[in-house]
Design a protein around this ligand. Structure first.
Ligand code: EPU
Length: 349
């Protein structure tokens, strides 16, 4: 396996900031990963596992260890009664894989169309959009344990899925490298069109198909600059920069009261245990960071206030400075601590 040195990482990310990797390797299979782990052991350097780079902020000084770019490919499928189980290599492009499942007339991932990144990233943060998240369809995840090099298979409950989280970005963070993911999809199933944006899109239209739903989701994402389109500088982002905060009823009522006073509707969503999920985009916008906000080379997308964008030539430092300003302003206005959604790499001292 080829190990390169001082490889710029910004081009591997959708945000396009950050410095180089000290070492860089592409892993096309399990044996490449094992070789890479041996190399990092011998050199006593940390590793970072790179997928599609769509949810990353890389520090300007880069990463001082070995970046392993996962390029494990391959998709197989097997009928299971009225379901079909698709197993995809973790390096497969996510949206191409979703298109394949929709082409095969299998329901369960259609609302997750147009999301940048790779298959392996989806269980890690339990990727979700437009009423679906992957925890609803993942059957199992195969991973290599970094410490021992052993292969482990995780069933869906063992992944510990919650909103934008799993054991892989929480309790067992940095313990495993995912090599493949299996999804159990409903053959001939109806598309899920529960999310408000989709209901509005299909208003007055009967029985949209899976293909219609995939196209609609891509269209809606495009309108919010959440679809990567070359030349669209509102899409040079890491997607949603903050998670939607989950608060108790009292806090939600307090914010709904402010929203009423301002005459601005605040949509809320029920979360587990009687808690309420609030739209972070609304809080950001109402704290002075509206769509199109600019601060030098960084800013807020003109089409969605939850995306911090690189307007060209931005540094990670500028991104972090804007993130901090937004968090402080939202806290000052509403008493809510917004948690960032992307993974931050190379910032540890
Ligand atoms: N809103 C604003 N200003 C905006 C955009 C939205 O105030 O510029 C408010 C509106 O009230 C809107 C509400 O926020 O009704 C929700 O907006 P949206 O439907 O766009 O969804 P979101 O909560 O901002 C979440 C996910 C997205 C996912 C969409 C659609 C998180 C952190 N983000 O965004 O995921 O695509 O729902 O399901 O949960 C991502 O994680 O990177 C991502 C793009």
């Amino acid at each position: 396996m080829l190990i390169q040195e001082n490889v710029p990482l910004a081009p591997f990310t959708t945000l396009g900031v950050g410095g180089p990797a000290r070492y860089f390797a592409r892993a096309r299979g399990v044996s490449d990963i094992l070789d890479a782990l041996e190399f990092s052991d011998l050199r006593h350097v940390p590793i970072f596992v790179l997928g599609g780079g769509s949810n990353l902020v890389i520090a300007d000084r880069g990463f001082p260890g070995l970046v392993i770019k996962i390029e494990i490919r391959g998709v197989t499928s097997q009928a299971d009664g009225e379901f079909c189980v698709f197993e995809a290599g973790s390096g497969e492009d996510w949206d191409t894989f979703v298109a394949h499942t929709v082409d095969q007339n299998c329901a369960g991932l259609e609302c997750l169309s147009g999301i940048p990144g790779t298959v392996g990233g989806t269980p890690v943060q339990n990727v979700g959009a437009y009423g679906q998240d992957v925890s609803q369809t993942i059957r199992s995840v195969v991973a290599i344990e970094i410490r021992t090099g052993e292969i482990r298979v995780f069933s869906n409950p063992e992944c510990g899925f919650a909103y934008r989280s799993s054991i892989f970005n929480d309790g067992s963070r940095d313990r495993y490298i995912l090599t493949s993911v299996s999804y159990r999809l409903h053959t001939g199933g109806a598309p899920s069109i529960s999310y408000r944006d989709l209901q509005l899109h299909f208003a007055g239209r009967d029985n949209p198909t899976l293909v219609d739903t995939r196209n609609a989701v891509r269209e809606i994402r495009l309108s919010k600059a959440m679809l990567i389109v070359p030349g669209d500088d509102d899409a040079r982002s890491a997607g949603s920069f903050f998670k939607n905060p989950v608060v108790d009823c009292k806090a939600a009522e307090f914010i709904a009261h402010i929203a009423d006073q301002r005459g601005l509707p605040l949509p809320t969503y029920a979360a587990a245990d009687g808690m309420v999920k609030l739209p972070a985009a609304w809080l950001v916008e109402q704290s002075g960071f509206g769509k199109g906000f600019c601060a030098g080379a960084v800013g807020i997308s003109r089409r969605h206030s939850l995306a911090i964008v690189n307007r060209g030539g931005a540094t990670a430092e500028e991104i972090i400075a804007l993130k901090n300003r937004i968090q402080q302003a939202v806290f000052d206005q509403f008493g809510i601590e917004l948690k960032p959604e992307p993974v931050f790499v190379g910032f540890e001292r």
